[in-house]
Design a binder for this molecule. Sequence first.
Ligand SMILES: *[C@@H]1O[C@H](CO)[C@@H](O)[C@H](O)[C@H]1NC(C)=O
Ligand SMILES: *[C@@H]1O[C@H](CO)[C@@H](O)[C@H](O)[C@H]1NC(C)=O
Ligand SMILES: *[C@@H]1O[C@H](CO)[C@@H](O)[C@H](O)[C@H]1NC(C)=O
Length: 323
Amino acid sequence: MRLLLGWKMPRKKVIFVALLFFPCVCMFGFFIMNYDSDLCYYCFQKTENYFSIKTDYKRNLFIKVPESKCKQNPPFLVLLVTTTHNQKEARMAIRKTWGKDQLIQGKRVATFFLLGTNAGKPVSLSEEINTYKDIIQKDFVDTYYNLTIKTLTGLDWIVHHCPQTRYIMKTDTDMFVNTLYLIELLMRKNQTSNLFTGILKPNDPPIRNIFSKWYISKREYDRDKYPPFCSGTGYVLSVDVAQRIYNISFSIPFFKLEDVYIGMCLDKLKVPLQELHSLPIFFAYKPSFSVCTYRNLVTSHEVQPQEIIMYWEALQIAQEENC
Ligand SMILES: *[C@@H]1O[C@H](CO)[C@@H](O)[C@H](O)[C@H]1NC(C)=O
Ligand SMILES: *[C@@H]1O[C@H](CO)[C@@H](O)[C@H](O)[C@H]1NC(C)=O
Ligand SMILES: *[C@@H]1O[C@H](CO)[C@@H](O)[C@H](O)[C@H]1NC(C)=O
């Protein structure tokens, strides 16, 4: 067998050398994946915004502030849905289904979408914004690692434009939210202050794998465990907690993982996480659909716009059905 340099090597030896090197390559890969230092920080630049961001963004002015009608007709629950410019189909599905302006057991539910600015990319939403009047927008570059700013934008809006609501849920566009069941559970729980609930993460460690979307370097966070938080796929809080988080956010340094950041605020505020039900009702994945399963859950994740519509309609049609 001929190698690169025209140097002859018997086949057996090649296999031997390859076998010897394979574990080394694996170990090197493993080492790199868990390596955590400034070297990786400069290679991957994943954490850049941690240092460049100013808390001023929290104080930034709104670009679009929809009229809330909160004074005249206070909602019981406001859904704040993080979205991006290109997700119109999902927004439309949500407006027709779980996020429509509706009364559930006499309680008003109102939905608003949170958006940043789409620097450089010409997607104009002015028609959609004027038609539906449900988009809250601020001036920050709309990227995944700016989700914390997006969430704080929602809380800023609640504090200044809709403090009359009783509860707030922060969720995402790829979610199915069973608003009917959520209202029922909130009424049953009957706890109008100091409430924070969702998928509880009491003990999550930071992810140190540089290839992960949630990678956090030791520079950004040096402890082995995050404070307790709830998964950003969907959490629910009483309005007083929203106001207190907003207030304390000015003294808590920016952290790019939105749900962990909110956990840091809760930790300072000494607001405990609570369960809304003794059984799991919030899901960070998509349980397979059946009327009975979806009637008894609050969130399902990674749901396509067509599925949102299908599931919602199936639940409406089957209202009288027993499980
Ligand atoms: C977040 O938004 C700010 C303000 O627009 C911007 O300067 C920054 O680059 C953005 N961060 C990321 C990671 O996109
Ligand atoms: C809810 O709680 C309040 C006070 O904590 C109590 O007065 C009220 O009767 C409760 N409502 C229900 C429906 O349990
Ligand atoms: C938030 O801060 C403002 C100004 O410092 C204060 O007036 C208000 O009472 C605070 N609200 C809460 C809920 O802590």
